[in-house]
Design a protein around this ligand. Structure first.
Ligand SMILES: [Zn+2]
Ligand SMILES: [Zn+2]
Length: 431
C-alpha cells in the first residue's frame, strides 16, 4: 500500500530513553539497526562500524503516521511535491503519510495512481500511501472502480475536500468497498448549511460580521455517515472532527457497535475561534476552529480513545492564494513540521494530555485505522523511529519549512520539542 524509496541504513542510537507506549517499554538503552531492521536493544551495544547517533537526553519513540496530507501533486507542484511534502513529513517525525486524492487531475483511475506510486519510489523521503477518490472527479455522483484502484495500490478512498452529498451514493460506496478491505474516509460537511461560511457560526463570527459555518454543518453528516456504516456493517473513518455534537454522535455509534473511527487535527485541539479575531488567513480552515466547548470535547475524545488518530490535514497554499483578506482566503494550513511540537507545547507540557497518549494517537492509532503496520520499537521490527528532544525550544519561521508552502498558524511562535532524527522503513529520512 505504501510507496517509497528502497535501501536500508545501519545505525546505532546510543543511550536514549526508549518510549513505546503500546509495547509498555520505557527504559534507557542502545538500539542497533542492521539493514533497516531493529536487531538489538540493550546496554553498550557493539556499533559494528554503523553510523552512531548519540541519543542521551533524547526520547526514542515509534515514528508518526499521518493519515491526512495534501501533497498537491499532480497539479500544484508550486505548493508541494512528493519530495517536499515527504521531506516535511520526515522533519516532523513521520515514517508514513497518506496523500489525499483531490489533486488535478483527481486520483480517480489506476493510471494516475500508478504514476504517483512510481514517482514516490524515486522521490519520497518517507513512504506514501496514495488514497483514491470515492467518486469520479470527486463530483459525488458515480463511484470510481474501487476494486481496480485497490488492486493498483490505493491506500484507501476519500473525496476529501468535498463531502459525498447524496446518502445513496455513500451507501453504495460502503457496500462496494466491502470487497477491497481498504478504509473509506469522509469529509463531513452538509453544504446547504455551510455555503458562504468562513468561520464557526458563533459569537466571534457574529461580532466580526463573517459568514458562519455551523457545527450542525458537520454533525448532521457525521450522524448520517455513522448510520450508513451501521446499516451496511462496513467501517468508516471520519476526518478532521471539530464539533462537540460530532463527538457525541461518534460515541453513540461506538456504543451501538458501529465500526467508526475518527481523527482530530492539531489546530482543532489547540485553538478556538477566539484566535480568528486577528483575521489571519492562516487561521482559516475547513471545518473551522470552534468554541472552547468543542475543543474540550475533542480533547476528551482523544484522551479516552474515541478519537483514535491525530491527523494534520496538511494543506499547502501559495502566498498569492493565502495573503488576501480572511473571507477571500482558501481553507487550510500546513502542519507536518509542527504537529508534534504544537501538541507537546499546548497539551502535554500544561498537563492536559499524557505524552504516551499523544504518541499513541500519532502513530499506532492512525496505522490501525488504515491497516498499516504499527511502528514499534522491538527486536525484529522494521526501523520506524523518531528521536525527540523534549527540552529544547525553537521558533517557527516561514523560511524554516521543508514544505514548499509556509501557511502555518504557528508562524513566530516558540515551541518546545524538536525532532532530531527520523528513520522511516529502515532509512534515515531526517537528521
Ligand atoms: Zn476535509
Ligand atoms: Zn483535507
Amino acid at each position: 500500500m505504501l510507496a517509497g524509496r528502497t535501501g536500508h541504513d545501519n545505525v546505532v542510537i546510543r543511550g536514549a530513553r526508549i518510549l513505546d507506549p503500546v509495547e509498555s517499554f520505557d527504559a534507557i538503552h542502545d538500539v542497533r539497526i542492521d539493514d533497516g531492521v531493529i536487531a538489538q536493544i540493550g546496554e553498550r551495544l557493539d556499533t559494528n562500524a554503523h553510523v552512531v547517533v548519540e541519543g542521551a537526553g533524547g526520547v526514542l519513540v515509534p515514528a508518526f503516521v499521518d493519515p491526512h496530507v495534501h501533497l498537491r501533486t499532480p497539479g500544484r507542484e508550486d505548493e508541494e511535491t512528493i519530495a517536499s511534502g515527504t521531506a516535511a513529513a520526515a522533519a516532523g517525525g513521520y515514517c508514513a503519510i497518506l496523500a489525499i486524492p483531490n489533486t488535478d487531475p483527481v486520483v480517480d483511475d489506476a493510471e494516475v495512481l500508478r504514476g504517483l506510486r512510481a514517482r514516490a519510489a524515486d522521490e519520497a523521503h518517507v513512504p506514501v500511501g496514495f488514497m483514491a477518490a470515492l467518486t469520479k472527479g470527486q463530483d459525488g455522483a458515480e463511484l470510481t472502480e474501487l476494486g481496480a484502484l485497490s488492486d493498483a495500490g490505493a491506500a484507501g478512498f476519500t473525496d476529501d475536500g468535498r463531502p459525498v452529498g447524496e446518502a445513496g451514493v455513500m451507501r453504495r460506496a460502503l457496500q462496494y468497498n466491502a470487497i477491497t478491505g481498504r478504509t473509506i474516509a469522509v469529509h463531513c460537511e452538509e453544504r446547504s448549511l455551510t455555503r458562504g461560511g468562513h468561520a464557526h457560526a458563533g459569537v466571534v463570527a457574529a461580532e466580526l460580521g463573517i459568514g458562519g459555518w455551523p457545527s450542525l454543518g458537520e454533525s448532521l453528516m457525521v450522524a448520517r455517515d455513522v448510520d450508513l456504516a451501521g446499516d451496511t456493517g462496513q467501517a468508516i473513518h471520519l476526518m478532521h472532527l471539530s464539533a462537540r455534537e460530532s463527538v457525541e454522535h461518534l460515541r453513540r455509534a461506538h456504543s451501538a457497535g458501529v465500526r467508526a473511527s475518527a481523527e482530530a487535527t492539531p489546530h482543532h485541539l489547540c485553538l478556538t475561534d477566539e484566535a480568528i479575531r486577528s483575521l489571519d488567513p492562516n487561521l482559516k480552515m475547513n471545518p473551522p476552529l470552534r468554541s472552547e466547548h468543542d475543543r474540550a470535547a475533542l480533547l476528551d475524545a482523544v484522551r479516552d480513545g474515541t478519537i483514535a488518530a491525530i491527523a494534520t490535514d496538511h494543506a499547502p497554499h501559495s502566498p498569492e492564494e493565502k495573503d488576501v483578506p480572511f473571507e477571500s482566503a482558501p481553507f487550510g494550513v500546513i502542519g507536518l513540521e509542527t504537529a508534534f511540537a504544537a501538541l507537546y507545547t499546548e497539551l502535554v507540557e500544561p498537563g492536559l494530555l499524557r505524552l504516551e497518549t499523544l504518541l499513541e494517537r500519532m502513530s499506532a492509532g492512525p496505522a490501525a485505522i488504515f491497516g498499516l503496520d504499527r511502528p514499534r520499537i522491538a527486536v525484529g521490527a522494521p526501523a520506524n523511529l523518531t528521536l525527540l528532544d523534549l527540552e529544547s525550544t525553537w521558533r517557527v519561521r516561514a523560511d524554516g519549512f521543508r514544505s514548499r508552502s509556509s501557511n502555518s498558524w504557528l508562524l513566530g511562535r516558540r515551541l518546545t520539542g524538536r525532532v532530531l532524527l527520523t528513520i522511516a522503513a529502515g532509512r534515515v529520512a531526517h537528521q
